[in-house]
Design a protein around this ligand. Structure first.
Ligand code: FMN
Length: 157
């Protein structure tokens, strides 16, 4: 039926957000969807110390929209979407913008979650709210070290 299922969509370059997404999906009985770039990120691409690395160049350009594999099916069936990503330069990776501009999540409940080295999710969250105001954004969560108990408490609200 229309809008009865929960989707857990995530991007993860090095596996941390993927683990968190798997935990969330199992707790909320959601369908997991991996957001995959057309060209996966190599460790050289992810080197934030290198100003000319792919991730640096993308994050330095707010209009960058790296291509992704457009294979999400049946979006209409989902009313609630958990959206996971790593924090890059205190923001969501540009690939998340590509995703949000390809799939219309207007009116759906979207709950962001992230993993990071230490940054919190608030800047990434507020940037997404500003850029996509028609989405029904709910408070997000940084999942660094989150236990099953933490996630259960968070997803209840
Ligand atoms: C290009 C790049 C930029 C990053 N920027 C930040 C940052 O601003 N703050 C932070 O705490 N961690 C930062 N990190 C660390 C990642 O957020 C962290 O390792 C995350 O858990 C990676 O998730 P993943 O394994 O799902 O890709 C950055 C990592 C990369 C590769």
């Amino acid at each position: 039926a229309e809008g009865t299922k929960v989707l857990v969509a995530y991007f993860s370059a090095t596996g941390n957000t993927e683990k968190a997404a798997q935990q969330v999906a199992s707790i909320v009985s959601g369908d997991l969807h991996k957001i995959q770039p057309e060209k996966s990120y190599t460790s050289a691409d992810l080197n934030w110390r290198d100003k000319s690395s792919r991730s640096s160049v993308e994050m330095d350009d707010p209009t960058s929209r790296p291509a992704f594999i457009d294979d999400l099916k049946n979006l209409a069936e989902y009313d609630t979407v958990y959206l996971g990503f790593p924090i890059w330069w205190n923001q969501a990776p540009r690939l998340i913008n590509t995703f949000l501009e390809k799939y219309d999540l207007s009116g759906k409940t979207v709950i962001p979650f992230a993993t990071s080295g230490s940054s919190n999710i608030s800047n990434a969250e507020s940037e997404l709210r500003k850029a996509y105001p028609d989405v029904n954004w709910q408070k997000g969560k940084l999942m660094n070290g989150a236990t099953e108990e933490d996630i259960k408490n968070w997803t209840k609200k």
